[in-house]
Design a protein around this ligand. Structure first.
Ligand SMILES: Nc1nc2c(ncn2[C@@H]2O[C@H](COP(=O)(O)OP(=O)(O)OP(=O)(O)O)[C@@H](O)[C@H]2O)c(=O)[nH]1
Ligand SMILES: [Mg+2]
Length: 417
């Protein structure tokens, strides 16, 4: 079967702005979810007293998610346009689950930032837009959702778009390349067909913009790396980790090493969306069988690599960071949480090696807007890589007090023996 090019597309944005509903709507309008399935979900939503959440329930499958009407963990679903084969990743907007959003964003090639026309920019709109940028999502579409809730008024739409452009420019986006689309996920405006409710707008429906994404640079020629996103035990299959091939390629019956832990095993069979694969390439989301490994030995954040190039476990690493926001200032000794590929770990900044920009007076402390080279000591074993060698495994966000404090890239790694 001739495969269309594959892209991972993540939906991000503030809580309740309609990410899951928009994903559910896209899947429904394009036939990936049937009418009968939708009817069932509507009944299910009513049962939980969550009328209007039926589209969100397409992605929100956990009992907790359905009861609370929020997304907690990332969910994946496949979907096709005539040009591409997409894995859609629905991220949670709740501030307590930013770590899961980072896991989803770290796997994505492109993103849709969902912003409620009614509420406009909110705290996680800012945080997610920033994280998307630093985690390497260079292609973005902004969906201004809930247009029905503002009676499809152009004035309010323009106001929200102007505010967003202003903010996005500041964090490094080229906003002239970003489509902004007024939609109503719930009422079905400008999703697959142009809506009569927005005659003042001259763009395309959202889904048509998906075809304008470009396939990202392939990392197939690099050594194989797959950060594990989840591990399942499936009867008859044993331990089945899932994750995205970030670099390299892999074939069935290949010996691999999983780090941290130096776990030696063999990838037996691999699947992508229930189809067996004879080879997986960078960008593919796969599930695979491994032999003789207990589910508890590996977890989200473990990295799979080939025996001749095992994933690097860091004793210490050097990074260039840029501070997005900090209420005061920090220096050596600061121990925030680092989020990298699918994992997170507490780490201590042991040294500020060199200030690069910002307040050059005080070389010992870092404040909002400063950039510097720092040394970091992870407080638990973690597999990560130099950014120039393995970009997806070498960029990270740094969080503390429920906020994203800084972002950075790994310049050098001192290997743990
Ligand atoms: N009026 C209106 N309501 C909408 C629209 N899209 C979503 N909603 C409602 O907004 C609420 C939240 O929708 P979700 O899709 O769960 O929002 P979310 O962004 O996925 O939320 P989290 O995953 O928890 O961050 C639900 O009640 C939806 O029905 C829309 O286009 N118009
Ligand atoms: Mg959601």
């Amino acid at each position: 079967m001739a495969q269309k090019p594959h892209l991972n597309l993540v939906f991000v944005g503030h809580i309740d702005h309609g990410k899951s509903t928009l994903v559910g709507r896209v899947l429904f309008d394009t036939g990936a979810v049937t009418e009968q399935q939708m009817r069932k979900l509507k009944e299910e939503a009513a049962k939980y007293g969550k009328e209007t959440f039926e589209f969100a329930y397409v992605m929100d499958n956990l009992k907790d998610e359905r009861e609370r009407g929020i997304t907690i963990d990332v969910a994946h679903k496949d979907f096709n346009t005539d040009k591409y084969y997409f894995t859609i990743i629905d991220a949670p907007g709740h501030r307590d689950f930013v770590k899961n959003m980072i896991t989803g964003a770290s796997q994505a090639d492109a993103g849709v930032l969902v912003v409620s026309a009614k509420e406009g920019i909110q705290s996680q709109t800012r945080e997610h837009a920033f994280l998307a940028k630093v985690l390497g999502i260079s292609q973005l579409i902004v969906a201004i959702n809930k247009m029905d809730a503002i009676a499809y008024k152009q004035e309010r739409y323009d106001e929200v778009v102007a505010e967003l452009k202003d903010f996005m420019k500041k964090i490094g986006y080229d906003v002239s390349k970003i489509p902004f689309v007024p939609v109503s996920a719930y009422q079905d405006d400008n999703i697959v067909k142009k809506s009569e409710n927005t005659p003042w707008w001259d763009g395309k429906p959202l889904v048509e913009y998906f075809n304008d994404f470009v396939v990202p640079t392939s990392f197939d020629d690099k050594p194989f790396r797959l950060p594990i996103q989840d591990v399942y035990t499936i009867t008859g299959h044993g331990t089945v980790p899932v994750g995205r091939v970030e670099t390299g390629t892999i074939k069935p019956n290949t010996k691999v090493i999983i780090n941290p832990g130096n776990i030696q095993t063999e990838i037996k069979k691999m699947e992508q969306h229930h189809q067996e694969l004879s080879i997986a390439r960078s960008g593919d989301n796969i599930g695979f069988n491994i032999k003789g490994v207990d589910k508890k030995a590996i977890k989200r954040g473990s990295v799979v690599g080939p025996v001749d190039s095992p994933p690097t476990v860091a004793e210490e690493f050097t990074a260039q960071i840029i501070v997005l926001q900090h209420p005061t200032a920090f220096g050596a000794g600061y121990t925030p949480v680092f989020h990298i590929h699918t994992t997170q770990f507490p780490g201590t900044i042991t040294e500020i090696v060199e200030k690069k920009s910002g307040d050059m007076e005080n070389k010992e402390l870092l404040k909002t807007g400063d950039s510097a080279i720092v040394k970091i000591k992870p407080l638990k074993p973690v597999a990560l890589e130099k950014y120039i060698e393995f970009p997806p495994l070498g960029r990270f966000a740094l969080r503390d007090m429920g906020m994203t404090i800084a972002a950075g890239v790994v310049i050098d790694v001192k290997k743990k023996e």
